[in-house]
Design a protein around this ligand. Structure first.
Ligand code: SF4
Length: 437
């Protein structure tokens, strides 16, 4: 598949580190590996009302499938941890019991014995329903016995819609039997299946998402869906349109909580690659699809406009939708966050406004905020960018152009062969290919 080849290429240097670490670790015994890992600290991010505990595992099973790292194109939660994860994979294979103990110790090293719990505690790997990352032994260590002094009001774990099965939920339920509320969080990203799978490389269908929601409800779990603001490589207006449609669709299929993630830029992502390779491409500059240093990030003005458009379409959506904090310090991998014309104070005041919404719930101020941003001196540059981006044409035209540029970067002399694999289906062309967005 076209996008999978692109992402596999982007991740090649990390694959090398991961494999080398794995091969070296295989030469040690399980006990030696356990000793190596018990001093590690799990990554932990406290928010108001929710703590994010990213347990130190062998990595995302979806990204690692097939031996070459690939995975979702907009995501990089792994690259800086590849060596440690390669070593943990060896331990996971040799002794699931010692692996589980090492992962739990990482939690204790970070939070302490009998940690004080927040209202919501996210205690999670990348896909906590996948046994290759979170075996039964680890579920037992983390959920059977108390790791908190007092149980949190809600436990949240992260998974993929494709691993939410009746069998897995039933066995997971046994490990968390004494917990009253458990929510399972999974990435929807966008409602358009073609964009999700052929551009974001997610490999999850809409039917799988709908089935997952149904199964979770049947088994008394809450369904939490993540949605992306900012599909890499699209125009600002297209990003807004995809975002609004996606949230409305997620609401319509009964997802209990919708968590909005604003695209940030990390090295081993599609947006990171577009920035590294294409930020000065003349044709893309001319159409406003790259913007020098700003390439690969949405403008904060777009985020505010997107939220306001959503509020206009369905004002009560924010009873279940929330924006995650836009903050460079709340991320496990080095990243760059969205900004307007320039980074710094002028952008930060709007980022503070967005972050404030999750706490003060003043979504009714969005309309006024849209009027305020129009008075900002940077808004002129934003409007000029929107004008340029009109030259991109439809969604299909934009994807075709960006796909061609990516094929040229990755495929070299054989780029046309690679590009020939990038097919936009008739249905998408009919729905998204004919109108000028
Ligand atoms: S978004 Fe989730 S499933 Fe996809 S690569 Fe990242 S961690 Fe893995």
């Amino acid at each position: 598949m076209f996008i999978d080849q692109i992402i596999t290429e982007i991740w090649k240097p990390v694959t090398k580190q991961y494999k080398e670490a794995y091969e070296a670790a295989k030469k040690l015994s399980a006990e030696e590996l356990y000793e190596r890992h018990i001093a590690s600290e799990m990554k932990y991010f406290p928010y108001i009302g929710v703590n994010m505990n990213y347990i130190d595992t062998c990595g995302c099973p979806y990204r690692m499938a097939g031996g070459q790292l690939s995975g979702c194109s907009m995501c990089d939660y792994q690259s800086e941890l590849a060596k440690r994860q390669g070593s943990l994979l060896a331990l996971r294979e040799m002794s699931p019991a010692l692996y589980a103990k090492a992962v739990k110790q990482g939690f204790i090293n970070s939070r302490g014995e009998n940690a004080k719990s927040n209202v919501i505690e996210n205690v999670s790997g990348y896909d906590s329903l996948d046994h290759s990352e979170v075996p039964e032994e680890l579920c037992e260590e983390l959920f059977r016995e108390d790791i908190f002094e007092d149980a949190p009001f809600i436990y949240n774990v992260e998974a993929r819609a494709s691993t939410v099965t009746e069998e897995r939920l039933k066995s997971f339920k046994k490990s968390v039997a004494n917990r009253k509320r458990v929510s399972i969080d999974f990435g929807v990203e966008v409602s358009d299946e073609w964009i999700r799978n052929e551009w974001l490389n997610k490999s999850v269908t809409n039917a799988q998402i709908q089935d997952a929601v149904e199964l979770l409800h049947k088994n008394k779990f809450k369904a939490v869906g993540n949605v992306l603001f900012g599909v890499p490589g699209l125009t600002e207006e297209q990003m807004i349109e995809v975002f609004v449609n996606s949230v409305l669709w997620m609401d319509s299929i009964g997802i209990d909580k919708i968590v909005i993630h604003v695209l940030n830029r990390k090295q081993y992502t599609l947006q990171g690659y577009i920035y590294q390779k294409l930020r000065n491409d003349e044709e893309l500059l001319e159409k406003g699809l790259v913007q020098g240093e700003h390439t690969g990030l949405p403008w904060v003005f777009s985020v505010i406009r997107g939220l306001e458009k959503l509020y206009r379409k369905k004002s009560d959506i924010f009873k279940k939708a929330v924006v995650t904090r836009v903050d460079v310090n709340f991320n496990s991998i080095s990243n760059k966050i969205c900004y307007n014309e320039a980074e710094g104070e002028e952008s930060n005041k709007y980022i503070d406004y967005i972050n404030g919404l999750a706490l003060n719930n003043k979504y009714d101020t969005l309309k006024e905020m849209v009027e305020t941003i129009k008075q900002d001196t940077a808004y002129k540059a934003y409007e000029a960018l929107l004008e340029k981006q009109k030259k991109c044409g439809s969604f299909a035209d934009t994807f075709k152009l960006m796909g061609k540029k990516l094929a040229q970067c990755v495929g070299g002399d054989n780029w046309e062969t690679l590009y020939s694999e990038f097919e936009i289906p008739e249905k998408f062309m009919q729905e998204r290919g004919n109108k000028n967005e």
